[in-house]
Ligand binder design. Structure first.
Ligand code: ADP
Ligand code: MG
Length: 304
């Protein structure tokens, strides 16, 4: 899926540890081969080629993830929408290539998750219009790290981090202390805006600084606002924490699209999930369940 996977774990036996790391990488490759739109041979590419002609069999694993993606579209009122790809396919961030306005106008009519019809019994996917495309780039990395951590947990590992792009799943803690997870400064390369102590949780960040190019003062990047077909421009980054990396991945993309107010309202309705958003002015916003760090609170009245 065009990203880097990393595994960090504690184990008594270095050789056993290396085999475990390899097992996570193999699992990531297996999922990539199934779900990457960069690969012509993947099942998702087959779906994109043929699902408007007739239902295409997706198999249990891919079917289930597509189903979850569509459920999240309902939850986010369409901010998260895997059919964004009818517009998204026209971007190439390495080549600084973007769709012209006429192409955006034409293709954005095909962004609508309701055009994806699932048959739960047959496990097939059908597109209700020609030209519809799906892309799991906003949820599949969360799935990769969730699967990676499951694999390590099942083999007895107690402390680990599996990361794919902006998505991490923590297993346990840093041997008695929390892991410190840095949230990148969206505008200063290599700088961390803040660090958050976390254990046994998933954390995902969506930002406009991963895949992008700037042209005439506009940043063209990889997260698409489904209703306009343009890159979402309300915030610079959205981070979501919670128990499940598939959810944090999709929710970070969703909060990025929805912006500070709607995004944090969505998170407020999900008791297990919290969020930190950095807006286009660089201001930091926290969901209700997170207290801002002491240094950022209003200074208390000095005692007389
Ligand atoms: P990253 O890829 O940096 O981890 P995200 O998790 O936010 O970041 O995923 C961004 C990816 O999500 C894009 O590269 C694209 O594949 C996909 N995407 C873009 N816009 C949307 C959207 N509105 N809904 C669902 N997926 C999207
Ligand atoms: Mg995401």
């Amino acid at each position: 899926m065009g990203t880097e996977v990393s595994v960090y774990l504690w184990h008594e036996d270095p050789e056993a540890a290396r085999l475990l790391v390899d097992a996570v990488f193999s699992e990531a490759e297996r999922i990539d081969a199934l779900m990457s739109t960069y690969k012509e041979s993947s099942l998702i590419s087959e779906i994109n080629r043929h699902a408007a002609e007739a239902p295409v069999f997706a198999g249990n694993e891919l079917f289930t993830l597509i189903q979850r993606a569509l459920d999240i579209s309902v939850l986010t009122r369409g901010a998260f929408d895997i059919t964004y790809d009818s517009v998204g396919q026209h971007y190439d961030f390495h080549e600084r290539k973007r769709p012209d306005p006429a192409t955006v106008e034409k293709e954005r009519a095909l962004i609508d998750f309701r055009l994806v019809r699932l048959d739960r019994v047959a496990q097939t996917v059908f597109f209700a219009k020609p030209g519809v495309r799906i892309n799991l780039g906003g949820i599949a990395k969360g799935y990769v790290v969730e699967r990676g951590v499951d694999l390590l947990r099942n083999r007895g590992v107690k402390n680990a981090i599996v990361t794919a792009g902006g998505d991490s799943r923590l297993l346990g803690d840093r041997r008695g202390r929390p892991f410190m997870i840095g949230i990148r400064d969206p505008r200063i390369d290599g700088e961390v805006a803040m660090s958050v102590p976390l254990a046994d949780e998933a954390v995902s960040t969506s930002g406009d600084y991963e895949r992008f190019f700037d042209e005439d003062g506009i940043r063209y990047h990889h997260i698409i606002q489904p209703d306009t077909g343009a890159p979402a421009d309300q915030v610079h980054s959205a981070t979501v924490f919670g128990p499940d990396a598939v959810m944090t991945d999709a929710l970070s993309t969703s909060v990025f699209v929805m912006g500070v107010d709607l995004g944090l309202r969505l998170i407020a309705d999900l008791p297990d999930y919290e969020s930190i958003v950095i807006d286009a002015q660089g201001r930091i916003f926290y969901s209700d369940g997170l207290q801002p760090p002491a240094a950022e609170r209003e200074p208390a009245e000095a005692p007389e």
